[in-house]
Design a protein around this ligand. Structure first.
Ligand code: NAD
Ligand code: DAU
Length: 385
């Protein structure tokens, strides 16, 4: 029996948003690593949910998929009772900043009301049990964007004072400040405002009702199965097809990139060993200016496709900047490393090579997503179940 099971004794776990990018990696990790758990993937299958992301584990005994909306409180409560749920790992959200600028209502509905609906269902179900909140966990996945934006005090980059195994070979930081767990919330986009609001509700359920909650705030993730509206998969696909690369503004904004499986491993560790009511930042100290990462993508795709390296640099097209575009994100994850011993496994240069290869080798996945065909997969897979 694993040590983690002795600590918590949790067995029946709902993972929300498990058909999305990060969620699919978390579901895969839990289903494969914990055969004694029942993993219930609750996902509405919005445009961002794709069951093809989980093809390799969909027939496993310990895995159940439920198509449903987290805003449907009655359904969530019934699901919790039916499966005697003792843990929730909550990833379901509207996640794309540009969409939130166009349609903020959807973000408030899913990210705020959806989170509240899960919290309230968990409260009613867990409080109805003799053991109440004993051995239970509500783990909410949040983002570094709730902290706002840091200044670009060193636009040319300085040597970062902190590194991890995930840090790129150049070890650059573009400012001297980092987001800490204690940094005051200061969200700017409708997406981050909705995420911040949901974080507050999660903490309020701990402070008011004693629910055992945990919140983590992670930096930008990259890796396989990311929807090609986000920078990295969108640009890899465009370079492959020699389509223009829409760089917002000058491309000088800085993001802090972490390989998605390292985020999933952190979630596993924190779910089992994290301190109730606490917050952990997750990130690998790996800052990149957008324009630099775009050069890496062009060079890598060109090399792997046997084109002359850098041949496609002319695809770079500067377009109107994103409204309210946050300048720099940089996460300080030293607390997670120190208290729980988390260390990312993949250096950025390895991770980006692996990611570009994955998208080039899985053109069928990409074609399914870009054509919209993936949305028929649920019907064909589940209509007789
Ligand atoms: P994603 O957009 O790829 O996936 C979201 C998933 O949630 C989809 O499967 C979608 O169908 C599902 N969903 C959306 N609305 C739903 C609803 N009402 N009910 C049930 N399911 C619903 O998102 P992602 O990039 O994998 O992000 C997952 C979580 O991690 C989000 O909470 C996001 O805020 C957070 N996060 C993301 C990043 C990142 O870099 N992608 C970084 C830090 C934190
Ligand atoms: O920091 C964590 C966040 O990272 C998550 O909470 C969000 O869910 C996730 O979407 C991501 O947000 P970003 O806005 O940083 O990611 P995106 O891939 O949309 O953009 C990365 C950077 O690239 C950003 O500075 C905007 C820029 N960009 C993006 C796109 C899609 C472009 O220049 N052109 C583009 O076409």
């Amino acid at each position: 029996m694993s040590h983690t099971k002795l600590v918590n004794n949790m067995k029946n776990i709902i993972i929300t948003g498990g058909a999305g990018f990060i969620g699919s990696h978390v579901v895969r990790l839990f289903v494969n690593k914990y055969p004694e758990y029942n993993i219930i993937n609750l996902d509405k299958l919005t445009y961002a949910g794709n069951l093809a992301n989980l093809k390799d584990i969909e027939d496993k005994e310990n895995y159940t998929f439920v198509k449903g909306d987290i805003c449907d409180f009655e359904m969530v409560l019934e699901l919790m009772k039916k499966h005697k749920v003792d843990g929730i790992i909550h990833l379901a959200a509207e996640s794309h900043v540009d969409r939130s600028i166009k349609d903020p209502f959807t973000f408030a509905r899913t990210n705020v009301m959806g989170t509240l609906s899960l919290l309230q269902a968990a409260k009613i179900y867990w409080e109805s049990l003799p053991e109440k909140y004993e051995g239970k966990r509500f783990y909410h996945i949040s983002t570094d964007e709730v902290y706002g934006a840091l200044e670009l005090t060193n636009p040319e980059g300085i040597e970062s004072p902190f590194t991890t195994k995930a840090s790129s070979a150049h070890h650059h930081a573009y400012g001297t400040e980092f987001f800490l767990e204690t940094t005051k919330y200061n969200p700017h986009s409708p997406y981050s405002a909705a995420k911040a609001s949901s974080d507050h509700f999660v903490r309020a359920f701990h402070d008011t009702y004693g629910m055992p909650t945990i919140v983590t705030n992670c930096s930008n993730n990259y890796g396989p199965y990311q929807f090609p509206e986000k920078l990295i998969p969108l640009f890899i696909n465009n370079i492959r097809h020699r389509k223009p690369l829409p760089v917002y503004g000058e491309g000088l904004n800085v993001r802090d990139w972490l390989y998605v499986e390292d985020h999933a491993r952190a979630i596993d560790l924190i779910f089992h060993k994290g301190k109730v009511a606490d917050t952990y930042n997750i990130g690998g100290f790996n800052e990149w200016k957008n324009i630099d990462i775009i050069h890496v993508l062009i060079n890598t795709v060109d090399r792997l496709l046997g084109r002359k390296e850098g041949e496609d640099l002319n695809l770079i097209t500067h377009v109107t900047d994103r409204m309210g575009h946050d300048m720099r994100y940089a996460i300080d994850s030293r607390k997670l490393q120190k208290e729980l011993g988390w260390e990312p496994s993949l250096q950025f240069e390895e991770g980006i090579e692996k990611t570009v290869r994955w998208y080039l080798d899985n053109q069928e996945w990409m074609d399914n997503v870009t054509s919209g065909d993936y949305q028929n997969y649920y019907e064909s897979m589940y209509k007789n179940r």
